[in-house]
Design a protein around this ligand. Sequence first.
Ligand code: ADP
Ligand code: MG
Length: 297
Amino acid sequence: MTGTGTDAAARAAATGTLEARNLVKDFRLRSGLRASTLHAVKDVSFTLERGRTIALVGESGSGKSTIARMIAKLEHPSSGSILLDGVPSATRGRALEAYRREVQMVFQDPFASLNPFHTIRHHIERPIRIHHPQLSGAEVRARALQLLERVRLTPAATFADRRPHELSGGQRQRVAIARALAPGARFIVADEPVSMLDVSIRLGVLNLLADLQREQGLGVLYITHDLATARHFSDEILVMYRGDIVERGASDDVILNARHEYTRSLRQAAADPERLGALRDEVRRASAGAGQRTPAS
Ligand code: ADP
Ligand code: MG
């Protein structure tokens, strides 16, 4: 390793970074005798720092989830690499386990992502036990309750022994977030985390992610097709179109000075300045009320 490489790695470890470097994903498709290649992700690079949120925005089919799955190590890139704190991440064994501890995913569908047969407690305690085998049973239980409190499912004891069907979509998504935090994650990839929730409770869940990002220095990759929440909740926006990042920059710049035709059309479709103002007010109200939600929320 060169001197500058070592410096870069040391700097990255001090702050904490998750970097996608020239990620490419091709899918081989076969229909009848014809085979073809779908270039789902073409050459995507970005660096997410701890305590920051990057929004990955784009229409359906643009490659967002494929990027999420590669970063969560659910899918191998065709080429390119993923670096944690400047170090290329492993693909197997203990080093992969260590990576998974640090980088966790929250999926779109809170109904499909929790096991209906298990209690909420089980969902949270299991990853704690797997990733921290040195903890005693009592410590695991205490930590699970703390996590439920942290995602504002309070009092935690009243949620711990319920099963997913007894919770609302928003509450389930909070459980999914607690589960992601359970191993000790520093980075969260949230793939359209609120698009299946009632509009009225979306902001509460996004506020929670924002609070965690601030309180714990979590790095969040927020995937969405909603430019308004992308602007409000992220520091940086990457706009994807057909596998490419076509526009990127500080959130306000991307929205206000959209250069790419596609971003302009997204902006027209998704958000106007008035809606952003209204969103801000809603966010304030929702954060004031977070944690005091009834089980129906
Ligand atoms: P987004 O999340 O932005 O909607 P995806 O990453 O899910 O987009 O998909 C990007 C493209 O890759 C789409 O054209 C999709 O059909 C294709 N794709 C995704 N996963 C697979 C797969 N396992 N096999 C073949 N094609 C896939
Ligand atoms: Mg998707």
